[in-house]
Design a protein. Structure first.
Length: 295
C-alpha cells in the first residue's frame, strides 16, 4: 500500500486531482456485508486513489475500523486511511494500536482529537493527549506513517475563540508532522477559499488542503448533520431544501447537481483533490465523479 503523501505528490506532478472516499463502520453485521460486498465495489467506479474509515466516538468502533481497513486493502487493493483519536487512549495504548495498524500494512492515519462518547466536552485521558498536534507528533515518532489531519473552513464548533484561532491550531498540527489536511464538509466554496488562502498565504502552510464534499441525499438528514458538525447551510441552499421538503428522490437528484457544481469550481480554483463523505452509499458519489469526467 502507498503513502498518501506520495499519492498527492504524484497527482500534483501529473496535474490530476486525488479522489478519496470516506466510510463509517456500520453498526450491524448486515451493514458490514452491504458496505464491503456491495457499496465499496460499486464505489470503485469512481476510481478512488484512497479511502478513509472513521473511528466512533471514544474509540467505540476501533476493532471494526481496523477490520474494514484490512479488508479494503486486501480485497480491493485500495490504499486505506485509518482514523485515530485522542479520546480514551493513553500513549501506551496508542503505541499498541499503531503496531496493529502497521501489521495490517496500513501506512496512513488521520490523527484527530475526537469526540467523547455521548457528547459533552472533551477531557484528556491521563497519560494520553490533550491536543491532536501531540498525537500527530507521537505517530511520527513511532515510525514511517503518512499522517493527515482535519481542517475546519468555518472553524471548529468547539472553538469559542473564532476560526482564525482554530486555523492557528491547524498550523501547529502541520508543524508537528501532518502531511495533508482534509476538511470538514461545507457548502459555500468561499469558506474553503478563505480558509486555504489564510493558511497558505498568512500562516505558511504548504501541504495539500483537501476540500471535503457531501452530496445531499435528504433535506432532513443534512440539516441534522450540519447541526452536529457546525457547518452552515447558505440561505439559497436552505430555501431549496425547504422547497424539496421530504421528497428524498428530489433531494437526491438536487444533491448530485449541487455537489457537481461545487466540485467543478473547487477544481478550477486549484483544489488538490476531492474528499467525498459517501454515507456508505455509492450512487451519488459515483454520479458526481462521472459528471466531472473523472470516473
Amino acid at each position: 500500500m502507498r503513502f498518501i503523501r506520495d499519492i498527492y505528490a504524484d497527482k500534483q506532478a501529473a496535474r490530476q486531482p486525488v479522489i478519496s472516499l470516506e466510510f463509517f463502520p456500520p453498526k450491524t453485521d448486515e451493514g458490514d456485508r452491504t458496505l464491503l460486498e456491495k457499496q465499496i465495489p460499486a464505489l470503485l467506479a469512481a476510481r478512488p486513489d484512497y479511502c478513509s474509515v472513521t473511528y466512533g466516538a471514544g474509540g467505540s468502533t476501533r476493532e471494526k475500523t481496523l477490520m474494514i481497513v484490512d479488508r479494503i486493502q486486501r480485497e480491493h487493493g485500495l490504499t486505506a486511511l485509518a482514523h485515530l483519536t485522542c479520546v480514551n487512549h493513553t500513549r501506551d495504548e496508542v503505541r499498541a494500536l499503531l503496531e496493529k495498524i502497521r501489521a495490517l500494512d496500513c501506512k496512513n492515519i488521520l490523527a484527530l482529537r475526537g469526540d467523547p462518547p455521548g457528547g459533552g466536552e472533551f477531557q484528556s485521558t491521563p497519560g494520553g493527549f490533550e491536543f491532536s498536534a501531540q498525537l500527530v507528533k507521537f505517530i511520527r515518532e513511532q515510525g514511517d506513517f503518512s499522517v493527515g489531519v482535519a481542517g475546519f473552513p468555518e472553524g471548529h464548533i468547539a472553538n469559542k475563540n473564532g476560526k482564525h484561532a482554530d486555523w492557528q491550531h491547524l498550523k501547529e498540527k502541520v508543524e508537528a508532522g501532518a502531511d495533508f489536511v482534509v476538511t470538514q464538509l461545507f457548502f459555500d466554496n468561499a469558506d474553503y477559499f478563505e480558509f486555504r488562502d489564510y493558511l497558505t498565504q498568512k500562516l505558511g502552510v504548504n501541504v495539500p488542503i483537501v476540500p471535503g464534499v457531501i452530496a445531499i441525499v435528504s433535506a432532513t438528514q443534512i440539516t441534522k448533520f450540519t447541526q452536529l458538525c457546525g457547518a452552515k447551510i447558505p440561505p439559497g441552499l436552505r430555501a431549496k431544501l425547504d422547497a424539496i421538503g421530504t421528497d428524498d428522490a428530489a433531494a437526491l437528484k438536487f444533491g448530485i447537481e449541487y455537489a457537481t457544481r461545487q466540485c467543478e469550481e473547487l477544481l478550477r480554483a486549484g483544489a488538490p483533490g476531492l474528499h467525498f463523505y459517501t454515507l456508505n452509499k455509492a450512487h451519488s458519489t459515483v454520479q458526481v465523479v462521472k459528471n466531472l469526467g473523472l470516473a
